[in-house]
Design a protein around this ligand. Sequence first.
Ligand SMILES: [Zn+2]
Length: 126
Amino acid sequence: MKQYQYQVPAHRLFWHALRLRCPYCGRGKLFSHGFTMNDHCSNCGWIFEREEGYWTGAVAVNLVVAEFLAAAGAIPLAIMQVSPVLVMSIGVPLVIALPFLFYRHSKSFWMAFDFMIHPVSLTEKN
Ligand SMILES: [Zn+2]
C-alpha cells in the first residue's frame, strides 16, 4: 500500500515559522496571545503538538541558542578584562531574557524542522 506524503518546501516552512504561522497551510496563527499557543490551526485544523513530548526539542534548542548568544556577548567582554560586575550585569539579564524572547520562535522553527524531516502523511492529516 502506497503512503502519500505532503512535503512543504523548506523556504515556505522557514517563512511560515518566521511569521509564527501554521507550518502546514501558513495561514493559521500558532499563538493566540503572548505565550499561549493554540491547540490547532484555525484555518486547516492541523494539530500543532504531533505527539506527547513534542516540544522538548524546542525547549532544548531555545536554551542552547539563548545561552550561546549570551556567552557570545559576555566572553569578549571578559577577554577584554572588563569589570566582572559589568560582565555579570550584562550577562545575567541576557541569560534570563533570551529564552523568553526566543520561546515562540523556537517552537515555530521546531515545527518547521520537524516538517522537513517528517513530512505529513495523508493518514495523519485529519
Ligand atoms: Zn493550518
